[in-house]
Structures are given as C-alpha cells and as structure tokens.
Ligand binder design. Structure first.
Ligand code: ATP
Length: 360
C-alpha cells in the first residue's frame, strides 16, 4: 500500500520568511523520513511583496484555488518597508485566511526548557497557555471607510462585526480545545464594560453555550485586566478565547513572556477540514536581520509541529517538539534572540540531529 502524502504549500513571503521556511521544510522532511508512516510533498510559491512590486499582485488570480489543492500551508511572513503594511496584510495573509475561512487562530505559548522568559522564577509549569483568536471577523472585518480625505472634517472608521455564527463557532472551538487540555480551564476575554454592544454579545453567547461543556471551568476577564494577570499570575491561565484584535495583542505579549517572538508558533485553522489550514511563526519579516543567516527558525519548527498535529500525525508532532525542546534545553545551539550565538543553519542542524537521535 502506498504511504499517505501530506501536501504542503510553502509560502516564504518577505524578509526572513524564506530563511525560516526553507529550514522548516527541511525539518518536516526529516520528520517524515524518520517517522516512516507518511510522506510530505511540497511546493514553494514566491508570493510576496517583491512579486507585488514586480507584477502588481501578491499571488496569481488562481492562487487561492491552487491552495485548495493542498492539505496545509506553511507561511513565513508578509511585510516589506517598500509596501504599506495594510496593502501587504490584506493582499496576502488575510486574503488567504479569510477566503479559506480559517476562523480559528490558535497560539500556544509555553516556556520551553532552557529558556528564561522575562518573568522571574516562571517556568513551563506556570506558563503554558493557548490563546484562541477569532480570525474571520470582529475588528478586522474590513468594514469601514474614509470620507472627506485631506479635509479638516476627514473621518476614518473601522466597524467591528460580530455575527452569532462567528462568535459561537470560535467559542465552541475554544471550549473543545480547553476540554482536551489537562486543566480544562477557559478564560473569556472581552471589553464589555466599554464596548457595550459587540462585547456584551460575546459575553451573552458564552453564557448561552457554556452549559454544553460542564467539565470545563470558565472565567471572564476584561482585556486590560488580562494583561496584568498574564504578567502577575501566569499560573492562573490555561486556554483563552478572545476577539481578533484583543487576542492579536495578547498573543504578542504571550510570545514575549515565553522568551522571544522568534519561538512562537501559530495555526490558522479550518476545523472543518474542507480547506487547508495555515501555519506560521508569529514573528514578522524582521528586515533588520534578513539575509544574515541568524533568524531563529524555532517558531517555524513549532508551527510545523502544529501542522503535523492538525494532519493527524500526533506522534511525529511530538517527536518534533521533543527535538526542539532538547535543543533549547541543552542550550548549546541557541539563536541570538534567545541569548545564544547560533546561526539559523546551526539551530536547524541541531534540531535535525535531535530528530535522528530521538528514540521514543
Ligand atoms: P513586520 O512588519 O513584518 O511585522 P517587523 O520587523 O516589524 O516585521 P517582527 O519581524 O515581528 O517585526 O520582529 C521585531 C523584531 O524582533 C525584529 O526586528 C527582529 O530583530 C526580532 N525578530 C523577530 N523574529 C525573529 C526571529 N525569527 N529571529 C530573530 N529575531 C527575530
């Protein structure tokens, strides 16, 4: 019988994207070879700001249809100083997420072995969170406008859009995720004291559905208070669900508290699996270090582990995580943003070796 092949579309994008995605694909191929139970077939797409500058679009017209032929997408980063950020974001990343309706953005944060975060005395025992971000509507729905441009009465408006189906599906996804984790604890984050329509609606939907998950303990926080709790009481948090904007901000804080932006992964999931999900490191294009060979590839490797997990290859995902943790735990080949001196190549080689040596 022929082996199952996971078809991955690799989109390196801008800045350090190509460096970390090439390393990520190398590691994923090694994992598939080591595991033996599945193959990986991948194709690399040059969809980027450079392409936009050269050809006027970030991807070809049939780009999204092409992506539908893949099981998963490994994405690098989108952002180039020569192109306004909102053009890049809406032209590539958000276009993919929104068209494929990848509505659940999942961002794990954990202090890996050997990594010291900025919080004193805090280890992976205290800091092991998953933030679930609504990824299809809310504050980033793209609804709004500008009128009277350039005049004194100029107006700029962004309207947050919350639909019952959108709110309910992301909250139910978060309940299921919380239920699958040992602590079974879910925190709803909103701002329903100040935003008295959409956020009160979020609270109400949560109240309506929580009875379906009697085994999950719940609590509620305002987003401003949540930032304080993340810093002062990290051990009181497990799974968090919040809107597009709030979770965007909270997850960058979470990434910083767990060591570095360079290590944090994320998955833009299409839980129904009728379209590919997209996995990417949380960091941006980091043009300041582009081409120097020093980008931290661990966020991409961890994203690759999330990809494998989503594709049902839990054992391979666990092996990859063990390899990453072995490298961080040993501390010999840490990249610069984690206080070491290792290059992207050296970190990658160390993880490749740890994969080969893993005997579990
Ligand atoms: P963008 O505009 O695409 O969001 P950015 O450069 O403004 O990109 P980030 O790329 O998220 O923002 O990173 C901020 C800083 O963190 C970078 O300037 C870089 O020094 C550091 N950094 C980010 N990712 C990495 C990484 N993978 N390895 C090492 N350093 C990183």
């Amino acid at each position: 019988m022929s082996k199952r092949a996971i078809k991955i579309a690799a989109i390196p994008g801008d800045g350090i994207g190509p460096e970390v995605i090439d390393a990520g694909m190398e590691v994923l191929m090694a994992i598939a070879g080591r595991d033996g139970g599945f193959d990986i077939k991948s194709e690399r797409f040059d969809w980027s700001s450079q392409r936009y500058l050269d050809k006027g679009d970030f991807m070809p017209e049939d780009g999204l249809a092409t992506l539908r032929g893949f099981d998963a997408i490994l994405f690098g980063s989108a952002g180039d100083p020569r192109v306004p950020d909102h053009i890049t974001l809406w032209g590539l990343r958000l276009k993919i997420c929104q068209t494929l309706d990848q509505y659940a953005n999942v961002r794990p944060s954990r202090l890996l072995p050997g990594i010291e975060g900025p919080l004193k005395g805090v280890t992976s025992k205290e800091l092991d969170w998953v933030i679930v971000r609504e990824n299809s509507e809310g504050e980033y729905a793209g609804v709004g406008g500008r009128v009277h441009q350039g005049l004194p009465e100029e107006v700029g408006m962004d309207v947050a859009v919350f639909t019952r189906s959108g709110v309910e599906r992301i909250q139910r996804f978060a309940f299921e995720l919380a239920r699958s984790r040992p602590r079974k604890l879910l925190t709803l984050v909103t701002k329903s004291n100040a935003q008295r329509h959409g956020m009160v609606f979020w609270d109400a939907v949560f109240e309506q559905i929580k009875g379906d998950y009697p085994d999950v303990t719940t609590d509620k926080m305002l987003v401003d208070a949540m930032t304080t709790r993340m810093v002062l009481k990290p051990e009181s948090i497990d799974t968090v669900v919040a809107t597009n904007l709030h979770a965007d901000v909270l997850s960058d804080l979470a990434a910083a508290l767990s060591g570095s932006l360079g290590i944090a992964p994320t998955g833009n999931l299409r839980p129904e699996r009728d379209a590919p999900s997209m996995f990417e490191p949380i960091h941006g294009s980091a043009f300041d270090i582009m081409g120097k060979g020093i980008a931290n590839p661990l966020g991409t490797f961890w994203s690759g582990a999330m990809l494998l997990e989503h594709e049902g290859e839990a054992a391979a995902a666990a092996r990859l995580m063990r390899a990453i943790e072995r490298v961080t735990g040993e501390g010999k080949y840490l990249p610069r943003d984690l206080g070491g001196k290792a290059s992207t190549r050296e970190v990658t080689d160390a993880v490749l070796e740890a994969i080969q040596q893993d005997n579990a």
